[in-house]
Ligand binder design. Structure first.
Ligand code: FRU
Length: 503
């Protein structure tokens, strides 16, 4: 189907049940449906929204266009979980269509107040000349799960900024509520602005966050500010950054500034340089929340805007990443898969040995949905690592290039090709004599945590169903390795509910 400007703004309620059913059947028959990642039942998923803990459960919404794999009229879709691993599909959370969100309920966040969950999001509107005007909106969720919209909280863009003004992220500090909003200055550079409120209803414009990045891309989307281990952390997704060495290879970036806690009086944020959050191919617009035990947990969109993916022709696109716990070490954010994911571990396999200029397979080491940790040391090989999802002609290669001291992920032979114009390898410097690859593999994705979360590579891949092999290798020398793998298949057997994709 060809999507026009008009058809992209079709409302779900204007489509017949029969047509929705046809689309659903098409998606259900699609190869590459994930098994333990949050994914849309139909259509396109993008940013995680409203990530929170409320009334004894985790809530995670996402940007959703139900009718096809394109960026159309965005809804908030609601999922919830007791353990951050098994997600229940609740249904539509916010339906667009009011004067303040006529062209989409865009991204935003959630905060608990007075026994209710306040959802603050951007209402996207367009006038008859297709000129956009954003509102910052409120919807309130009660303990019974019902969500009601309130009047918009902020209905104007302040002087000095364009209508690219969106994605409020709210937190509470010093008895006040604060919200960062992604913005574009009238000179077409990106930045983040700050608002404050005492009641979440009335908001006051405080001004721009003062960072050292005066001219860093043309728009900063999805800002998120929090404090972690005594540091201030500002996450955002800048657009318009040119590739530089191994960095900034994707169409748009996502990264963070680490610094002293933000001074809320003068909005000064003293920080170190910008770092990307993820070295992989498919990661954007992440959002964090603080859970009841004080952990800072991040979920990202495992996808990017303006890129066609192989699932498009099957009526759906994208998924969310697994949740990651954030901590600070030195000048870096460390990202670790949340420990709860161990619930999914089924059958365990182990392998160990010395690889001498060879590629080896091991009994039990195969699959399409698993967690695997492999550690390499005593290395004098020029290159070593693991190939996953291998088949007759397919493989995804995760390696360490010893001379360059870089981890390399190569998806040039992973399966169905896409986004090749942005390159088929991603690299990142990792200085260490010991290399640990911690992998989460699902039907069409790989998330790689290197050396206990020092670097992460998030990648979609689209291999054939039968490409389920795993091979360890060392080139031009030896490498000692030890690997353990847990099948996630066993859990999938528990039925769709267990996978969070109940329909
Ligand atoms: C980021 C983004 C946000 C916006 C949303 C719309 O991917 O462009 O800035 O709110 O997606 O779906």
């Amino acid at each position: 189907m060809e999507w026009t400007r008009e058809s992209r703004y079709t409302k779900m309620e204007d489509v017949s049940q029969e047509d929705l059913e046809i689309l659903k059947n098409k998606v259900d028959a699609s190869p590459w449906r994930q098994s333990y990642h949050i994914q849309p039942e139909t259509g396109l998923l993008n940013d995680p929204n409203g990530f929170s803990y409320f009334n004894g459960e985790y809530h995670l919404f996402y940007q959703w266009f139900p009718l096809g794999p394109v960026h159309g009229l965005k809804y908030w879709y609601h999922t919830k979980s007791e353990d951050l691993v098994h997600w229940e599909n609740v249904g539509v959370g916010i339906t667009p269509g009011d004067y303040f969100d006529s062209h989409g309920a865009y991204s935003g966040s959630a905060i608990e107040h007075d026994d209710k969950l306040y959802l603050m999001y951007t209402g996207n509107t367009r006038d008859e000349n297709w000129v956009r005007h954003p509102y910052q909106c409120l919807a309130v969720m009660g303990k019974d799960g019902s969500i009601l919209k309130a009047s918009p909280a902020i209905d104007e863009v302040p002087e000095g900024y364009t209508d690219h003004f969106r994605d409020p992220k709210v937190w509470k500090e010093d008895d006040r509520f604060w919200s960062v909003i992604g913005a574009q200055r009238t000179d077409e550079t990106g930045c983040v602005v700050l608002y404050s409120s005492t009641d979440l209803i009335h908001w006051q414009f405080e001004g721009e966050l003062k960072t050292k990045l005066d001219s860093f891309g043309y728009m900063w989307e999805c800002p998120d500010y929090f404090e972690q281990d005594g540091h201030g952390v500002l996450i955002f997704s800048p657009q318009g950054i040119e590739p530089q060495d191994d960095s900034y290879q994707n169409i748009y970036q996502s990264g963070y500034l680490l610094g002293k806690p933000l001074n809320l009086d003068d909005r000064l944020f003293e920080h170190k340089e910008f770092n990307e959050l993820d070295c992989g191919f498919d990661f954007y617009a992440p959002q964090t929340m603080e859970d009841p035990s004080g952990r800072r947990i991040l979920v990202g969109w495992m996808g990017l805007p303006e890129i066609e993916y192989p699932t498009d022709e099957h009526g759906w696109a994208h998924c969310l990443t697994i949740p990651r716990e954030l901590t600070v070490k030195g000048n870096k954010l460390i990202q670790q898969p949340i420990h709860e994911l161990a619930i999914l571990r089924g059958k365990e396999e182990k392998a160990t040995g010395i690889l001498r200029d060879e590629t080896r397979t091991f009994e039990g080491f195969n699959g399409v949905t698993y967690e695997m940790i492999s550690e390499f040391d005593n290395v004098d090989a020029s290159e070593f690592g693991v190939e996953i999802r291998t088949g007759e002609t397919e493989r995804t290669v995760i390696s360490y290039d010893d001379a360059a001291r870089k981890v390399v992920v190569d998806r040039s032979e992973s399966g169905e090709a896409f986004a090749e114009k942005y390159g088929t390898t991603r690299k990142c410097k990792v200085e260490s004599g010991k290399i640990k690859f911690h992998l989460f593999v699902d039907v069409s994705s790989v998330e790689l945590f290197v050396n206990d979360g020092e670097e992460v590579f998030t990648c979609r891949i689209f291999p054939g169903e039968g490409s389920d092999g795993i091979r360890f290798f060392a080139k031009e020398g030896t490498a000692r390795f030890e690997a353990v793998k847990w099948d996630f298949q066993a859990e999938m057997g528990k039925g769709s509910e267990a996978n969070g994709h109940a329909v």
